[in-house]
Design a protein around this ligand. Structure first.
Ligand code: BGC
Length: 733
């Protein structure tokens, strides 16, 4: 049977400049059809229309992968769209290939011209079949999209004549082996938000507020004014004077511009998305502006929502909503750092720190599986994992600890959340190569302290607000992660029956060497909150009291956290583990800078990249590195599920076959509750102070086929499946 690999990659034979092409094929049918299937892919983004009907719902198809090695194609059942005479139109956008800073000498598919490949397979009722592949018999015309760029936006001219047809040419030199079936989740239009307010800023700008920082685009009605240009600019935030602020988008123009042909029509961008809460309008007269004509379309990977959290503190609740919106804004086919500035890349470290919160909130296995396959495909010969994946920029640097460890930690979290061992089998070699890379880059066995490139405790506060790498010794972080990732690797390897004795031995070496080099040195000048957290949470120290005391002392002395991307995800867990959940709650509930709630008190609706994104005086941190939609610090969501509500997994019975309930009620919250939907059913854990002294009502639900252990007040209780209510005298925090 013929497949899409028998089609040809095609592109327009003429030079269209920036104008986006539409490829066309007319197909006549003369006998009854049983089934018709369209296979389609592109170097770039495509949108297919059969008889003017959009085929499928995948936005930004064919999805973003390591194109040079893996390019997804889609398969659509189009039987119901067929007529006697059919027109297949497929528009082509730039996609992610040209963005960022492609390495100058990097000759590959990631930086070459865009192209389309498709095949329509028609099966007739009489048993015969037609195979209609893209080839030189197709035609091409100019679309009215005269400019399109993922970061910069789109320009559309409805007055343009798009009737003229041009020939296409085949691109014979593309290796068809790169074409793979779709592995990831489709990006789709998931929600729509109405405009909530029309604002005239002090500078006189006309701005619309959608009330939520989000990722997607605006659908709006282009007024019927022939030849007139209407412009939309996007921004995440207004500055302290209330003016439209776009400096933090860096090079991304985030601008949509449409020239009307005199017909009122709905328009939304095709091949571009923005991260925004506000839009600024230009070219509109007052009579053109009706809030009802502007809708924000929220797009992200179509995963199933499985996790919910609620509590009695409005600010913490808003923090949780911000975490969920941070996920929605950055799970767009690839887990990205941010959706707004000229970056939007699959930063490995960010994905690593957020993987557990994400996998508890949405069903991420399919989404991450595809990305992990790309991570392995991008992995260097020497085992190093790239800083971003897909590695379209071919960065010079690679192998940063905590970033590259995504190759081990993400599969671990997916395995823990859903219990599917195939992810371990698929990633085993890649994980092994990364552990080996670390082992090969140490001054002695067990340390990862001889590699040049590490990001460190990114954006931590201990080296001053504007420094990025923090104070924590990067070789200490590297060596701590070697021990930690290897420990997870050993657990996963054993789960699929591998002999892990070599790595167990390496682990022993790591612990010994780490203690000698970083802990029992008598030197404390570079001890940081993060170094204490790693020693405790990764079980590296033989003197827990000392590390705990140091950590607590430092937090109590300044009253706040100073941790960055490395320390923050573990900070509250660590405080809980050392018996200081009270201090963890203090940090969680702190409203002043720096804290998780400070942005909430400033009206944030997503997670900020940095603690001081907006400063206390309302001014902003450097526009070079100041995203208001970065999920990394949203990793505190772990603690909300695991400790506040109290639902934890047991890695020995993953996928919540054995549930660990360890709630830690806090009077300041009043109540908390979480629900996690698993393959076996719903898990619920909740508690509520009844208002009568210390009386606290607990509720637990354990799905069929699962069992649970509850830890409460130093007691341990075993439960089979069912729903349980109990009232305890519980002082809590
Ligand atoms: C990204 C981060 C990323 C970092 C590397 C930034 O530009 O936005 O989130 O992890 O670079 O340190």
């Amino acid at each position: 049977m013929k497949t899409i690999k028998d089609a040809k990659f095609i592109r327009q034979a003429a030079d269209f400049g920036e104008i986006r092409p539409v490829f066309k094929k007319v197909i006549w049918l003369d006998k009854p059809v049983r089934k018709a299937t369209l296979f389609c892919s592109a170097l770039g983004y495509y949108e297919a229309y059969l008889n003017n009907q959009r085929v499928g719902k995948f936005i930004f198809a064919p999805g973003w992968t390591t194109y040079g090695k893996r390019l997804q194609y889609q398969e659509y059942n189009v039987t119901n769209l067929l007529e006697e005479c059919n027109t297949l139109d497929i528009a082509l956008g730039n996609g992610m290939r040209f963005h960022g800073n492609p390495h100058e000498n990097y000759e590959s598919i990631t930086s070459r011209e865009d192209a389309l490949i498709a095949a329509l397979v028609i099966e007739y009722e009489d048993g015969t079949e037609d195979f209609i592949p893209t080839d030189e018999t197709w035609k091409c015309s100019k679309s009215n999209i005269v400019y399109s760029h993922v970061y910069n936006g789109e320009t559309v001219d409805f007055t343009m004549n798009t009737d003229e047809e041009f020939p296409v040419k085949e691109l014979p030199d593309i290796n068809m082996d790169i074409l793979i079936e779709t592995e990831g989740e489709e990006v789709r239009e998931m929600t729509r938000l109405n405009a909530i307010e029309l604002i005239k800023t002090p500078k006189g700008e006309t701005v619309i507020d959608f009330g939520q920082n989000l990722t997607g685009y605006v659908e709006w009605n282009v007024p019927a004014k022939k030849g007139k240009e209407f412009k939309l600019y996007h921004a995440e935030i207004l500055d302290k004077d209330g003016n439209f602020y776009t400096e933090n988008l860096r090079g991304a123009k985030a601008q949509v511009s449409v020239i009307s042909d005199g017909v009122e029509r709905a328009y939304k961008p095709h091949f571009s998305f923005q991260g925004f809460r506000y839009i600024k309008l230009e070219g509109f007269e007052n009579e053109d502006i009706n809030l009802e004509n502007f809708t924000a379309v929220v797009v992200f990977s179509d995963m199933k929502r499985i996790g919910y959290f609620a509590c009695g503190n409005d600010l913490v609740q808003q923090l949780y909503e911000n975490i969920v919106w941070g996920l929605r804004g950055n799970f767009l086919d690839v887990p990205t750092d941010c959706p707004q500035r000229d970056e939007r890349l699959g930063w490995t470290g960010d994905a690593q720190v957020f993987a557990r919160t994400a996998s508890t909130t949405y069903r991420t296995d399919k989404f991450f599986r595809k990305w992990l396959h790309d991570l392995a495909a991008d992995q260097r010969e020497n085992g190093a994992i790239t800083d971003v994946c897909p590695d379209l920029q071919r960065w010079e640097s690679y192998g940063s600890s905590a970033w590259a460890d995504a190759s081990v930690i993400v599969p671990y979290q997916v395995y823990a959340a859903y219990g599917d061992k195939t992810i371990i089998e698929e990633q085993f070699e890649s994980m092994k190569k990364w552990i080996d890379f670390m082992e090969n880059n140490g001054t002695e066995k067990g340390l990862f302290d001889a590699h040049e490139h590490h990001f460190g405790d990114w954006l931590s506060l201990d080296a001053g607000n504007e420094a990025t790498g923090g104070l924590t010794d990067k070789n200490l972080i590297g060596s701590a992660y070697l021990a930690y990732s290897n420990a997870l690797f050993i657990k996963m390897g054993k789960a699929i029956g591998k002999d892990m004795s070599y790595y167990e031995d390496l682990y022993e070496h790591s612990i010994k060497a780490y203690r000698k080099k970083f802990l029992n040195t008598g030197k404390t000048e570079h001890e940081t909150q993060t170094s204490n957290v790693l020693a405790l949470h990764f079980n590296l120290t033989d003197n827990r009291e000392r590390e705990a005391e140091k950590l607590v002392k430092d937090i109590e002395a300044c009253g706040h956290l100073k941790t960055g991307f490395v320390g923050t995800p573990y900070l509250l867990h660590t405080l809980t583990e050392i018996g200081r959940a009270d201090l963890a709650y203090k940090l969680l509930l702190r409203k002043e800078f720096p804290s998780w709630l400070f942005p909430v008190t400033r009206g944030s609706t997503t997670m900020w990249e940095r603690w001081d994104g907006m400063k206390e005086d309302g001014s902003f941190a450097t526009p070079e590195m100041n995203s208001f939609n970065h999920y990394a610090y949203g990793s505190v969501g772990d603690w909300l599920y695991k400790t506040v509500a109290g639902i934890d997994y047991d890695i020995n019975e993953p996928g919540y076959k054995h549930i660990i309930f360890r709630p830690l009620p806090c009077k300041a919250l009043g109540y908390a509750k979480a629900r996690i939907i698993t393959d076996n059913g719903d898990i619920i854990s909740g508690w509520e102070y009844t208002g009568k002294g210390n009386e606290c009502k607990f509720t637990f639900t354990i799905p069929n086929g699962c069992h649970a252990t509850l830890y409460l007040d130093n007691e341990e209780y075993e439960f089979e499946s069912g729903t349980y209510d109990t009232v305890f005298e519980y002082e809590g925090i």
